[in-house]
Ligand binder design. Structure first.
Ligand code: DX5
Ligand code: ZN
Length: 207
């Protein structure tokens, strides 16, 4: 299983210690919140640039924002591997086109209550589908097992057009096997990873 560490709940004051320990992971997951699409704020472009300066990992930008176009405009400058927008946000089609036009991988995310049917019209244009396994907005919540049914249902669509399936929220040791079985390619792991005594060893075990 590929792991994308989420820095949302990582101890920023100890970044020098943990950043080298996650060097073997797949990409660095950055959660961008606007205080409107979700009832929380995280960090913006300047802090994201600082994270980028500290690592060689590709960036995985998860926009939890009502107006993704504004944020894509800023985040395209980081040349991330993926920019993921929510299907529940505004200007989905335009946002997809804008991400594509900059040669960045297009991600589309679904909140827990959104059925996969809503994103089917866009499926030919996406490189990554993010199935939220918690309500977006906060780290440290409990994994919603039921969401793996969406992952299973998506497998059929992969035959016509390949894309990466990612889960995000509440992932711990207890869920990795079930995620693998359902067909998840990349798991975002936040709070649980940064609680580990030996982050590097944990990543080695699960990747
Ligand atoms: C939640 C974020 C997640 C979060 C994951 O809105 O999208 O990326 O940081 O963190 P954990 O693993 O703590 O749920
Ligand atoms: Zn996220």
């Amino acid at each position: 299983m590929k792991i994308a560490p989420s820095v949302l709940n990582a101890p920023i004051e100890h970044m020098n210690d943990w950043m080298p320990q996650i060097a073997s992971s797949y990409m660095l997951h950055l959660d961008i919140m606007d205080g409107h699409f979700v009832p929380n704020l995280s960090f913006g472009i300047e802090v994201s640039k600082a994270y980028q300066r500290m690592t060689e990992l590709p960036l995985d930008v998860h926009l939890m924002t009502t107006h993704p176009l504004l944020w894509i405009e800023q985040f395209k400058t980081l040349k991330p591997q993926f920019i993921t927008i929510h299907v529940e946000s505004k200007d989905v089609e335009k946002s997809i086109q804008m991400i594509q036009s900059h040669g960045i991988g297009v991600g589309l995310a679904l909140k827990p209550n959104t059925p996969i049917e809503v994103m089917i019209p866009y499926i030919q244009d996406v490189d990554l589908i993010l199935i939220m396994t918690v309500e977006p907005g906060f780290g440290g919540q409990s994994f919603m097992h039921d969401m793996l049914k969406k992952v299973e249902a998506l497998q059929a669509y992969k035959k016509n057009h390949p894309f990466v399936i990612q889960v995000d929220g509440g992932v711990t040791d207890d869920h990795i096997d079930a995620c693998k079985k359902a067909g998840v390619d990349v798991a975002v792991v936040g709070s649980y990873l940064f609680k580990q005594q030996d982050i590097k060893a944990w990543l080695k075990k699960f990747q």
